[in-house]
Design a protein around this ligand. Sequence first.
Ligand code: ARG
Length: 507
Amino acid sequence: MAYRRGNHDPAGSLAGTAFPLRRSVAITSPADTANPLWGGRFGGGPAAVMQAINASIGVDKRLWRQDIAGSRAHVTMLGAQGILGAADVAAILAGLETIEAEYAAGGLVENPALEDIHMHIETRLAALIGPAAGRLHTARSRNDQVATDFRLWVREACGAAIDGLDAFIAALLARASEHAATIMPGFTHLQVAQPVTLGHHLMAYVEMARRDRSRFADALRRMDECPLGAAALAGTSFPIDRHATAAALGFARPTANSLDSVSDRDFALDYLNAAAMAGLHLSRLAEEIIVWASQPYGFVRLPDAWSTGSSIMPQKRNPDAAELVRAKTGLFLAAFQRLAVIMKGLPLAYSKDMQDDKVPVFNAHDTLALCLAAMTGMVETLVFVPERMRAAAASGFSTATDLADWLVRAAGVPFREAHEITGRCVRAAEARGGDLDGLSDAELAAIDPRITPAVRDVLSVEASVASRTSFGGTAPANVRAAIAALTPLPVDLRSPSAGGGAGGGND
Ligand code: ARG
């Protein structure tokens, strides 16, 4: 059926959207929807659709704690600088405290006419304390206000990510320690390559997670500057003390340039970049768990708590949590791209496009917290099956390199020639349908007389891994040393408020 303009059913296929487009939308809505905080210049209120596209309260309500913290620091500084009188400061602080208690207890009542969290709080303040509320916005703009609130929020989100990664790393270390000497196949091209230890394999993820952790810590260091006091874009003529507000909010210093202060969202992009990298690593481990849990591998058994059954196939035990981590972690890449695309075309300083910066970051935080918790839980409880891993490690001529290395070491054969001799041994073993270990001493000597029975010392998978003691190698002794070197984790520079986790919803 052809689409006819203006003739679609508003209760039809689009009814699930928040704002079905009705033909009866008034171009100018009644004056009672006019914004009380900036409405002075305007004759009428915004069109309903304008209000719908303009309001961000549904999203930025999550900044309420940060907004109150920023206002407290600001008004306290205004008092200390003699810009506001003590009575006004006391009234504003008392009002903010009441609002904080109200929101903590019952959330806020959303009113799209009040656009965003900043106006909700200021309007509520006015209702509580009267005209003194109007003095709070002295020497401030929503531009530096939101830049500060959002930075505070992202700072907490970095702290939460670091805490989540620490728990994940602790789980990996515990399992790596348990399985420092457990043999498994190491793969290249997903073909059995050489035997490795499970502890070594898990420690590879510890390395990745530590790099991820350092990216969040690094982002924290860089975002440790406070934009409050940049005002709309040019600074202010009031004698404010930006060093005082920066210190009160736990920042090392104020930002240096007012234009940059209100137009910079690098801190959010840094966060999303760190999340994208962490997600990429979580996804790779999720993929391995999925493969390992499949029947042909059988390297791990997923505990009941981390698997689901099938409604039709009673024998199934599906690695859903790992699959969902694999799926969800793509969100970080999309979130980074979404915010980068918002920012890349913007002239200095603030543009309203920047209001849309929060959705990708909030989504990323929620998803990262969930994925880290799920992966930590899985790593803690996976039931490894060492017999299956050892059997797979011993298959596929995985000690061929050990044989070649032995020829080099024990018989002085050049490596290239040793490689060729070993290839003939593999062919002979393959023809017999066995492994290298299955060839008799006579058969080996027939291939090359320099192969003596002493070679047996390196043909087992245990001997193979034990011999790989080069720095960073897979030997059980190396794994134990690597774990010991990492416990306890080095303490990274953390912001004073970091670690509590970013607040969610209207709690
Ligand atoms: N809700 C806005 C945002 O998140 C606050 C800043 C509004 N500034 C402005 N100039 N309209 O970006």
